[in-house]
Design a protein around this ligand. Sequence first.
Ligand code: ADP
Ligand code: ZN
Ligand code: ZN
Length: 808
Amino acid sequence: MRYAEVSVNSPAAQRRTFSYTVPPGLSIGAGQAVWVPFGNKTLQGIVIELTDYPAVEETREIIGTIDPHPLLSPYQVALALWLSDHYLSPLFDAIAPMLPPGFERRTITLISPTDLEYDATSLTQYQRQVLRIARRGPVTLSTMERALGKKKVQTTVAQLVRSGLITRSYELEKVRVRPKLEVYLNLSVDTDEARQEAARLHSRGASRQAALLEFLAQQQKPVSISQARRNAGSNKAVINALEKKGLVKIQRVEVRQQPFVHQGITPTQPLHLTPAQESAFRTVQSSLREKDSAYPKVFLLHGVTGSGKTEIYLQALAETIKLGKRGVVLVPEISLTPQTIERFAARFPNRVAVLHSQLSLREQFDEWQSIRDGEFDVVIGPRSAIFSPQPDLGLIVIDEEHEWTYKQQEQSPRYHARDVAIKLAELTGAVVILGSATPDVETYYHAQQGDYHLLRLRERVVAGGGPSLPRTEVVDLREELKRGNRSIFSTALARAIETVLAKREQAILFLNRRGAATSVQCRDCGYVLTCRRCEIPLSYHLAEDTLLCHQCNQRSPVPQTCPHCGSRRIRYLGIGTQKLEQEVRQAFPGARILRWDSDVTRGKNSHQVILDRFRRHEADILIGTQMVAKGLDLPRVTLVGVISADTSLNLPDFRGGERTFQLLSQVAGRAGRSALGGRVIIQTYAPEHYAIQAAAGHDYDTFYSEELAYRKQLHNPPFSRLASLIYTHTNDVACQKAAERMKQRITEERDRRGIADLSLIGPAPAFIHRRRGRYRWQLVLRSSDPSAMLSQIPIPQGWTVDIDPVGL
Ligand code: ADP
Ligand code: ZN
Ligand code: ZN
C-alpha cells in the first residue's frame, strides 16, 4: 500500500498535511493536484510526498487526479514547505501562488429534500420556508441564504438535516478557466475519394455537404470551423452529417493567446562593457558556469542609477541562455518600468514573457502554460513572478532589490521575494543578482559579512562624458520662513525652475504624497478632520471638492465650520500634487505642466502615455509622487525639486531614515542623465538629518554606517529579526486584552525555554489603529529566530503574523 501526504485546500488544514491512501492503479507523484475527501466535502489537494506509512491509523482514499501532470516541480514543493515554515503561513496558501491562474475552486453546498413524511404543523415558519425552497430541486446554500438571510438559514438547515427532512451534498464551483479550444475539420478519406463523394452528394441535392467536401479536398491543412463556414457556407448540421458518414474528422486543438506583443521593438545587440561592468560581469559569468558550489550564489550589484546595471543583467541572461538555462527577472512594478521591460524585450526578441496584473485570467493561464512548456528564455514580472513555473532556472535578477513592493503584506504568505529567490537558488543551484543604487541596509550587511558577493559600479556610464552625478543642495525651510517666504518654493528652487524654463529644459517636482492639500485643520482649536471609522486624517481632493479616507475609501463633503468648535476658520494644511500643480501654474504662468500620480493613472496605459508626452517635451514640468522616482531615463531633465523631504522621516517606524534616503537618492538620480548635467534641490525642515545629508552627498557608505550604528544601538534588524503580530477586533478593549494575553503567552514560553535574546514591544495600537470599523493592536517580537519561537505557540483566530515585516 502507498500513502500520500497531501496539502488540502481548506482553511482548517493550516500548516499540516493529511495522509491518504493511494488507490491501486492510480499513478501519482509529488506536486500533483488531486481530489480528496475532507470531512464531508471533496476538496483540492496537492501531493507533497509519497510514503510507505501513513501518519495516522485511519486513512481515506484519494478520489482522483485533477491534472495528469504534476503542477509543481520538486523544487517548488520544497519551496512551499519552506514558505510555510518560515512565514508561518498555511501550507496551501504557500502553494497557491505556484498553481496555474484560476486553479483554485470553492465547494458549493447543495440542499435537497428527502422523501420522509412529515407533519407540517410541527415545523416552524422558517423550517417550512426552507423546505419549500428546497423542494424546487437541489438549490445551493448561498441561493437559500440570499432569499432568507444567512444566520437563519444556517441554523434551520442544520435542524432539518438532523430531522432527516433535507440532505446536504457538495460539488465544486465551475472551472473558471479552461484551455480555449478551436475546432478543426480534416478529411478522413483521401482527396480523390472526397471528390467522388462530393459529386455523388451533389447529384442527390446535398449541395452544402458537397461544397464542404470540395473545399476540404482543396486544402493542405486542417480547416477551422469558422473558415469552413465562410468559404463553404457550411453549418453544424452539414458538418455532423459528413462526420457520421465517416468522411470528415473533427479535431479540438488548444489555442493560446499571446498577450505580450513584441511589435515595434527594434532588437538590440550587447553593448561593449566598460571596465567596471566587465569585471562585475566576469565574476557573475564564472559563477554561472560553475557546476557545483556552496549554494546559494548571491551577488549584490551596487551601482548608482545610470551605472549600467541593466546591461549586466542582460548579458548575464544571455550567458545563462547560452548555457541552456533560463532566467526570471523581478521588477518592483511592471507598469512603472516600461523602459526596462522594453530593453529586455529588445535584447531577447519573442523570448520574453511579461507577467502583468492587467492580463485577463485567460491570458494569465495561457502565459502560465507557455512558461511551463519552456517557451520563454526570460520571465519578467512583479514579486509573484518568482513562483512562475520557469523550467531550468539558471538566473534570478531582482532589480531595485530594496523596494518594499517585494514584500507581500496584505495576504498570506507574507513573503519577501528576495528571500524566496535566495531559497529557490539554494534549491536549484541558480545564481541570484540583487541590483540597487541604494541597497537595503540588511542586504548590504549580508554582503559585508560575506554571505553575498558584493559587486560595485562606482561611475555612471555617461554618453559624451558630462558631469557624472547631479549637484544637490539642501534648503532649510525654517530659514525661508524666517526670511518671510511663505510660498512653497524656496528662493533657490524658484530661481532654478526659471532657469530651466528659460533654457527650454525640463524639471521634475517630487512630492511624497497624494491628493490636494491633504489634511484639513481648524485654525482656532487645532482639530483635524479625521475618518470616523479609521481614525486617520482625511485627505482633501480638489477636483471633486470632497474629503477622502485613503484607508477605507469613504467620501464626505468638506464642512463649512469646524465640527469641534464651530469656527469658520477651517483651512487646508499640507500640500498634495493637485495643489502643487495650482501653485506652479500661479508662480510660473508660462510653464506647461504634467501631473503624474495614482489619481490620473487609473487607465491601462496611462503611465506610458504621460511618460511619452513628457519625453516628447510636451511639458516643461512633471509633478509627481513616488512614481517619478522609478526607473525613468529622461535626458532633458536638468532639475529635480523635492518639495518636502520630511514626510517619510516622520513615519513611526525605525526604517524612516532608510526610506527617506532611498527615495531622495532615487529622485535625485532622475536629474542629469545626459551631457546637459543636472541639479537637485531638496527642501526640508530637518536639513541636518544624516539620511538627507547622505542623499544630498550621494554617499551610500556614510548613510550605511550611520544607519547601521543606529540599528545596532536599538538592536533592530540586521542585528535581530522581527515579527509583527496584529490582532483585530470590533471592540477596542477586547482587542487590547487579547494582545496582552498573547504577550503573556509568549513571555511564559520564552521563560520556560530560557531564551535570552527575545524581547517584546507593545502591545500598542497599530499605526493604523482602526481600519474598516475594526480596531488593531500590535505586538512586535524581536529575536534571532521569530518563526521558530512562534511556531511553538498556538495562534488564535483574529491574529495576523508578519515575519520580517518591512513596515511597522
Ligand atoms: P542602471 O541600470 O544602473 O540604471 P543602465 O544599464 O540603464 O544603468 O545604463 C544607463 C545608460 O547607459 C543606458 O542608457 C545604457 O544604455 C547606457 N549604457 C550602459 N552600459 C553601457 C556601455 N557599456 N556602453 C555604452 N552605454 C552603456
Ligand atoms: Zn475648531
Ligand atoms: Zn476610513
